[in-house]
Design a protein around this ligand. Structure first.
Ligand SMILES: *Cc1c(COP(=O)(O)O)cnc(C)c1O
Length: 406
């Protein structure tokens, strides 16, 4: 019990193993975790085993968009419980219903379901290369991504990720990727060759520090892609499903990508990812060209249907309003450690100076507020999209107390 309330440090699994004589934990040592065991969730709060209530401005890394124990999700879980899985060999209707919704909401044309962001991106890369193969033959397979991007943890999506720290140990990585400086058109143009088949970008770089791309730059990239039949792929794994105040952030940028990927918020907590393709590659994958055992799982799709139904016009307006309120409230703190606030909707980055983001995160944890970092000096706020103004005030009060105590 004592360990659960006394959070002086974060411990790695290895520390816990040592402490507990290696008996209790056979997890690989890949995550640093605080010594709190969480048991339940309710709205924007998670509750520890010892009964303490934490305000969650991390949403399971942008996943729990309707918060915890949302009635629509609970209802879908119960309704779907007797047919959790059947496989893609049979029709369970839920995937078709969800695909129709995604097509309507995006203005794109066809959908493939995966189970995670990395898998959706991996599939999008395959889709782009197959499109190019079908139209131009082999060899036109290069993909340009941006520096500071993040696209996932498979060997290929690590390759797509434009950060050197992810290009270690696991060689050989998938070939065919090059990385352009964000918001620098000439740099990207210098990488375009006859072999370029796609450009893959996040419109707001998430893990890289919450950096929205400039609108003009995105328009120019989009036009370049149109002119040269280079597929314009937008990774909306983090920005999509209402996070930035639109159904997907491409709307905010006024571009209709050739391929969009979703995951994180799509299942409201259920693992699911999606590749949504426009006219050009809606039929590029034919029978057996791609597949997944769990992809399109009826329970995941049923829950995702409930999530997507909640994201109506009024809901998205509230995301924009609350995002604006959160951003303004941070700016009003006028604290010397805050260098900048940026982002869209409820995907905000607070860049710090003179203090490390992880120290601030750990101090907030002690005051029962969960927040994220992105890079060494940026706090990332991804509250559930159902957050209200009084919860935002509560978050701001804690942040203020913490920053004033340094
Ligand atoms: C989280 C994330 C991914 C990876 O998603 P997983 O579900 O962890 O595989 C890919 N792209 C972006 C932009 C992300 O934020």
């Amino acid at each position: 019990m004592g360990l659960e309330v006394n959070i002086d440090h974060c411990y790695s699994i290895k520390d816990i193993r040592k402490q507990k004589g290696d008996i209790y934990n056979m997890l690989m040592n890949t995550y640093l975790k605080p010594q709190i065991v969480f048991e339940k969730g309710d709205g924007c709060y998670v509750i520890s085993k010892s009964g303490e209530k934490y305000l969650d401005f991390s949403s399971g890394i942008g996943v729990n968009c309707l918060g915890y124990s949302h009635p629509a999700i609970l209802e879908a879980m119960v309704e779907g419980s007797s047919l959790m899985h059947l496989s893609n060999l049979y029709d369970t209707e839920q995937d078709r219903i969800l695909a129709d919704k995604l097509v309507k909401r995006t203005g794109l044309d066809s959908v493939f379901f995966a189970n995670s962001g990395a898998e959706a991106n991996e599939g999008a890369i395959k889709l782009a290369r197959k499109y190019s193969f079908d139209h131009y033959g082999s060899g036109r397979d290069e993909i340009i991504t941006l520096k500071n991007s993040f696209h996932g943890r498979t060997i290929t999506t690590l390759s797509a990720t434009g950060q050197d720290k992810f290009h270690k140990f696991y060689m050989p990585f998938t070939a065919g990727f090059s990385y352009a400086e964000p918001n620098h058109l000439a740099d990207l143009l210098s990488l375009v060759t006859e072999k370029t088949c796609a450009i893959l970008i996040e419109l707001v770089q998430g893990e890289g520090g919450v950096f929205p791309l400039e609108k003009d730059y995105v328009t120019q990239l989009f036009n370049l892609c149109q002119e040269r039949d280079i597929l314009f792929i937008v990774d909306e794994v983090q920005t999509g499903i209402g996070r930035c105040g639109q159904f997907f952030v491409s709307e905010e940028y006024n571009v209709l990508p050739d391929i969009v990927t979703f995951a994180k918020g799509l299942g409201g907590g259920m693992p699911i990812g999606a590749i949504v393709a426009g006219k050009k590659c809606k039929d590029t994958f034919g029978l057996s060209d791609h597949g997944s055992t769990f992809g399109g799982n009826p329970l995941a799709c049923r829950i995702s249907n409930a999530v997507v139904d909640k994201l109506n016009r009024d809901f998205l307006i509230s995301v924009r309003e609350n995002g604006h309120y959160l951003k303004e409230s941070i700016a009003r703190l006028n604290n010397k450690y805050i260098k900048e606030v940026r982002g869209l909707g409820l995907m905000l980055g607070m860049e710090l100076t003179g203090v490390s983001a992880s120290d601030v995160r750990n101090m907030c944890l002690e005051k029962q507020l969960l927040i994220l970092t992105a890079g060494n000096n940026t706090i990332r706020l991804l509250p559930p999209l159902i957050v209200n103004k009084s919860q935002i005030d509560q978050c701001i009060n804690i942040l203020n107390e913490v920053l004033l105590s340094i």
